[in-house]
Design a protein around this ligand. Structure first.
Ligand SMILES: Nc1ncnc2c1ncn2[C@@H]1O[C@H](COP(=O)(O)OP(=O)(O)OP(=O)(O)O)[C@@H](O)[C@H]1O
Ligand SMILES: [Mg+2]
Length: 277
């Protein structure tokens, strides 16, 4: 029941004194399947939190509860310290939560500007304000140092995977998202496109935007994240600053839930959330 008051996790204080997003006891069942089991997680503003876990651990389900796709079966979501109900993607959007899915919801036949303003087109005297939309789209991409796109009038279907990710993220930034959630943003990308997307994630952090990113690639995670959270069979078994983790320990947490290393104190600190209280 207590919401966002017990943020004993180090490095969270700052600014408003609490996390941007706080999850307490988030549980989700699908019939007999318990996809999430009492997940407690704080996502601070301006930091990049990596959400890791094996296949089926509940990562996508967790972000879908925050994005308004699934209502949690139990638990409390708080936003800027206040409990909120996120019933629909629209609710999430209104709060400033933008989710970039793997199979991005972009329209291939529309160009970059049209995609970035889809559903939120600018009008002047009931006509589309193409000039302003184009200028804003260009400026947003430039601000994020997305330089590989030839023209914002290019159909999105002609873009590379990394460029598509960039457009989806730019769309979120343009809509003033405070939290950008990304599900496996680099999974389908080659080396240089991956670098491009990681760069973009860094830049979001620099702009004070919180990022919650799911990744199976621990190299990417250790390159980009400030914090890490590990899900194991629907339970959050560990979370804390990335400096408290190394690859070996993280792999162990992902594959065993940490049961084999209960008290080795290897940087565990109090960043560990045993998610049961
Ligand atoms: N719509 C659904 N209906 C029934 N069960 C579901 C549904 N969505 C997810 N699950 C189940 O919930 C569990 C967690 O799934 P989820 O997709 O969140 O895992 P994940 O961590 O994202 O895995 P992956 O790394 O493979 O993407 C799995 O056991 C999955 O089968
Ligand atoms: Mg998933």
């Amino acid at each position: 029941m207590s919401i966002a008051t017990d943020t004993s996790t180090p490095g969270l204080a700052g600014g408003a004194g609490g996390p941007l997003l706080g999850l307490r006891g988030i549980t989700k069942t699908f019939g007999a399947v318990q996809a999430l089991n009492g997940v407690d997680l704080d996502v601070p503003a301006g930091q990049i939190t990596a959400l890791v876990g094996d296949n089926g651990a509940g990562k996508s389900t967790l972000i879908k509860t925050v994005s308004g796709i699934w209502a949690p079966s139990d638990g409390v979501i708080s936003w800027e310290g206040r409990p909120v109900e996120v019933h629909t993607p629209r609710d999430a959007d209104d709060l400033g939560i933008a989710t970039v899915y793997q199979d991005l919801a972009l329209c291939d036949n529309l160009d970059i500007v049209q995609n970035m303003f889809l559903g939120h087109e600018l009008l002047t005297r009931r006509l589309l304000d193409e000039a302003t939309m184009e200028k804003t789209a260009k400026q947003t991409l430039a601000d994020l140092s997305v330089t590989t796109v030839q023209s914002v009038r290019q159909p999105v279907g002609s873009l590379s995977g990394g460029q598509r990710q960039s457009v989806a993220v730019a769309r979120a930034v343009m809509r003033d998202a405070k939290l950008v959630i990304m599900d496996e943003p680099t999974a389908a990308l080659g080396v240089s496109q991956t670098a491009q997307v990681l760069d973009l994630i860094h830049r979001l952090g620099e702009r004070g935007i919180a990022v919650l990113v799911i990744s199976h690639n621990l190299t990417d995670v250790f390159e980009v994240a400030d914090r890490i959270a590990v899900l194991y069979l629907g339970r959050l078994v560990s979370s804390g600053p990335i400096a408290d983790y190394d690859t070996q320990r993280t792999v162990e947490l992902i594959t065993t839930g940490g049961s084999s290393t209960r008290s080795d104190g290897n940087g565990t600190g109090n960043g560990t959330a045993e998610s049961k209280d």
